[in-house]
Design a binder for this molecule. Sequence first.
Ligand SMILES: [Zn+2]
Length: 239
Amino acid sequence: MRSVIFLAIAGLSVFGSAAAQNNKPVAKPLKLYVVTGGHDYHMSFYRVLDEPGFQVNLRPHPGAFDGDLRKRADVILLYDMAPVKEIGEQGKKNLREFLESGKGLVILHHAIFDYLDWDWYTKEVSGVTQDPNRDRSRPDYKHDVSLQIEPTAKHPVLSGIGPFHITDETYRGLIIAPTNTILLRTNDPTSDGPVAWISPYKKSRVVVIQLGHDEQAHLDPNYQKLVHNAILWAGGRLN
Ligand SMILES: [Zn+2]
């Protein structure tokens, strides 16, 4: 999970200029609340967010879940990696209220390891946790793996996405709940298999995407399409 470049800019707003520049009337922008912190990432991540129609609010820990999130976000995109103590009781309450209100959540890459010590979150929301009995003689992650990715469901998040090739980091040693709807998988032996899924959480739409380590993923058109679809679907803009 190592990365090279670290960037955390409190409250940076990266937003929605592309829609304004072409002078076309646009739909109300989707308020995308991006949470970072606790893990390095590459600058190329911002290219994934650079989409007309997204009004991006970038919030690193600590304090990412302060205040009423329902007013500030249509979709929360997690690209952080934090233990639950990082967000505290008030942060837990705010995130839970946000999700119970029906707003969307997208969990990207190392954010799969978020809040592993918060049972409600891993069991109900993300549908994933780390296997305490995993084979520790082998690494839990591998960088720069050449992957063939296959869709395994019909779903709006896969609109315009067929089988594709990508070079990215894989994880293994996760417990991915059987109640998830698996969208994409790989047969690479360094991976647990599923690399994108819909969680069974009923009160809001939750998409988990394991892919997304560095520019090899961030700049990949299939990856960008996948994340954009996930955000739109989680926000109720794609059906
Ligand atoms: Zn990574």
